[in-house]
Design a protein around this ligand. Structure first.
Ligand code: TXA
Ligand code: MG
Length: 361
């Protein structure tokens, strides 16, 4: 059977015609997840402004960690709503977009969306900013304009940014056909916009333009030499020090620690808290009935803004959606420490605990 015939037969596959695209837009507006074709690999897409929708990606992927995700937009103008472009970034973008290139750029801070969230069509939070879960709390954003016809049409119809990591379960190979996506997720597979094999078949090249000298963070369809005429030099390839360092064609990065930084609050974090000290802030999870202030006080006696509950009902998807936003909030109240209640180490709890453990180190 040729791939196209198989696609038609598979019950999860939706053809990328007008009605399929309209359904995909409905699912995305409702905060759902859709597997979409791009020229590189299939992506697991959700509204990048909606923390809960992005948490849905993580829930499906079963990834034990929150890595920042790539944000897909229709064109450079749309990218400029969320990322800060200088002349260099505009030149690179206009040379390679649409195409298999992701740019890491400073995140644009639009307004105090955290304190003043505007409702989104899907009921999510974020007031038009990129979800803090999608950026994993960083102040940079990885963004790209895909070249695939269906991806572009979907982005145009959806009218907003889509966060989309590769559409595979953690640990399996990147999916370059709709059948790979279906096979990877099995019974949990989301709606799949099936549009044949990906032409590039390799993930996009990631170029970090948030630093003075551009660096390739992930190699892909485009190599260092492709950027020489635009940048005026051949960018180095970043390699983890553990992997033997500096094999980027003889270019070595001097201080790689700065490149792959993870968001962590400045305030010390105390895990598995069963009570909270007077000078601490509390990141709660589930019922706080048995939580009190050390020495016998009620939680309500803590100063305003010192308590955030990731999910009062103990829902791990809701907790993941709130994690980075609440860490940022509590980091800003001037507490001596952030005390964190125990979070079950199952499902999304594994990724939440991974991040909290790193914050506590
Ligand atoms: O080809 C692709 O790029 C595919 C298709 C679906 O577009 N997408 C993809 O996304 O590979 P994902 O989420 O699997 O890749 C995310 C990569 C990770 O290596 C992550 O560390 C990096 O992008 N990344 C995201 N935001 C970053 C940031 N602010 N700074 C540095 N790296 C970042
Ligand atoms: Mg991936």
């Amino acid at each position: 059977m040729n791939p196209k015939t198989q696609e038609k037969k598979h019950p999860l596959f939706t053809p990328p015609d007008a009605s399929g695209l309209a359904t995909a837009v409905d699912v995305l507006r409702a905060g759902g997840v859709v597997a979409i074709p791009t020229e590189t690999v299939y992506g697991l897409a959700a509204d990048a402004r909606d923390d809960r929708a992005v948490a849905g990606i993580y829930a499906l992927k079963n990834r034990p960690q929150f890595n920042p995700l790539i944000i897909h937009v229709a064109d450079r103008a749309a990218a400029e709503e969320f990322a800060v472009f200088d002349d260099r970034a505009r030149l690179v973008a206009d040379t390679f977009w649409p195409g298999p290139l992701t740019l890491v750029l400073p995140l644009k801070k639009m307004r105090e969306a955290h304190n003043n969230p505007l409702p989104l069509p899907g009921g999510g939070q974020g007031g038009g900013q990129i979800s803090t879960l999608a950026t994993a709390g960083l102040d940079t954003v990885a963004i790209r304009v895909p070249a695939h016809k269906t991806a572009r049409e979907l982005l145009r119809l959806f009218g907003g940014p889509l966060a989309a990591p590769s559409a595979n379960r953690s640990g399996s190979l990147s999916p370059t056909t709709p059948l790979h996506v279906a096979a990877s997720f099995g019974d949990d597979a989301p709606m799949i916009l099936a549009d044949g094999p990906c032409t590039v078949g390799l993930e996009s090249t990631i170029l970090d333009l948030s630093v003075d000298r551009a660096v390739i963070l992930r190699t892909g369809a485009l190599g260092p030499d492709d950027f020489a005429s635009v940048l005026g030099y051949v960018p180095s390839i970043y390699t983890l020090p553990l992997q033997g360092g500096g094999q980027g064609g003889g270019h070595t990065i001097k201080s790689p620690g700065q490149l792959l930084k993870h968001y962590a609050p400045r305030t010390p974090v105390r895990l598995r808290a069963v009570d909270v000290a007077e000078d601490e802030a509390l990141l709660a999870f589930g019922s706080t009935k048995f939580m009190g202030v050390r020495g016998g006080g009620d939680l309500k006696t803590l100063p305003e803004g010192r308590v955030r509950n990731l999910s009062e009902s103990g829902d791990l998807v809701e907790a993941a959606a709130n994690l980075f936003r609440y860490l940022h909030d509590l980091d800003a109240v001037g507490a001596a420490r952030i005390a964190v209640m125990d979070i079950p180490n199952v499902g999304l709890g594994i990724a939440i605990n991974d991040r909290l453990k790193r914050a506590a180190e």
